[in-house]
Design a binder for this molecule. Sequence first.
Ligand code: AMP
Ligand code: ZN
Length: 459
Amino acid sequence: MSIFLHDTLRRKKVAFEPLVPGEVTMYLCGPTVYNYAHIGNARPAVVFDLLARLLRRSYELTFARNITDVEDKINKAALEAGVPIATITDRFTKIYNDDMAALGVLPPDIEPHATEHIGQMIAMIEVLIEKGFAYEADGHVLFDVESNPRYGELSKRDVREMIAGARVEVAPYKKAAHDFVLWKPSTPELPGWDSPWGRGRPGWHIECSAMAEAHLGRTIDIHAGGQDLVFPHHENELAQSTCAHDGEPFARYWLHNGFLSMDNTKMSKSLGNVLLVHELVKDTPGEVIRLALLGAHYRQPLDWTDATLDNSRRKLDRLYGALRGVDIDAATRRSAEPPAAVLEALQDDLNTPKALAEMFELAKALNKAGDAAARRQSAAALQAAGDLVGLLKQDPENWFAGAAEGELDAAAIQKLVHQREAARAARDFAAADAIRDRLAAAGIAIEDGASGTRWRRVG
Ligand code: AMP
Ligand code: ZN
């Protein structure tokens, strides 16, 4: 079955077909590394990690996620701290990758750094000037938006309206207000590279056009990022790349994730409602955060509330609870495939709410199955689904043992559960009930089932 993806350019869901049969190239705009990633920044990383995992089942994927390590916000942070930009960018690149790894995000195949591609950016800018799509003015090089009749195609903006409505102050060196910077001059205290236009630095948009070409070629299959990148970032990347490449298509499919808000408010530093992944992962299992991020369809807005993580933890308890005590032999585990319904949901434009619902159905069926072989098969299928979506990586017992300090630890709980079973076997129901009450008081629920008594934390 083919994969269907919603393409921003065509504004509809279409069957995915890579340029080269069997091979896929994907580029995701990565972080600007000058501070910690917030939970909204983690959404594209997690969502497109899942897409990468899905694509790898059927194609040979080359996935690039860049690091923007030269940009004015970085320069500002470095100047304020009195350190070279690399001190800031090295530190936050590592933190970003560690934080994403905690959310089960696998490393991309290629992680190009902008500062390592300045030569390619300069070369692309030279081509754009030569072909009449860019001009030099006052140490700057600007993209001449009016030279490209297709500008506005991706974000569905009309350039003429943009010109008429432009309230932005026209910089004296610009022909038109919406012309955007490809290269700008650097003062001595700012990072800079020698170029035909003097010492300077690239604009943000040209970084991605040059890195995508350098690693994935002129036409890439999938270009992804958050919705806010459609305009101007991706519109400008598209203009640069197609104009430099004589109209050759730049990206065959454009994918954009919806925004994450907090209590229905935009996540923003000035409002003080920013949740940093780095803080969250200190006391929340990464899978709880990952499941929360995958709980909504990636193109829909996702509102994060106080209840989000609790709900997500309870859902994982259900999945791990079903796997608990099922002895899956290595061969069954290895040969297991995710259920067809899970795959179909994901192949339908990454319908994660549906895929997760199918996993809960399977967990329910597993709980009910009496036959040991059937339980093993279902559990292995559930784990295979977990592998695909990047969840259920822990041993179920360890999952339930992940107790906060002061709570009963797994060994103590298990001991009480055994004592209760012994009491029940001896028909001492008062003692058994007393133990159940004691566990309940400690936030532990127990369930007696076909395969014995299981326990779980209930918040
Ligand atoms: P930045 O480092 O600001 O360039 O952002 C990195 C990625 O996070 C980009 O793909 C953004 O589109 C995305 N992003 C930023 N804020 C949010 C948010 N609140 N919800 C979803 N995605 C976001
Ligand atoms: Zn980009």
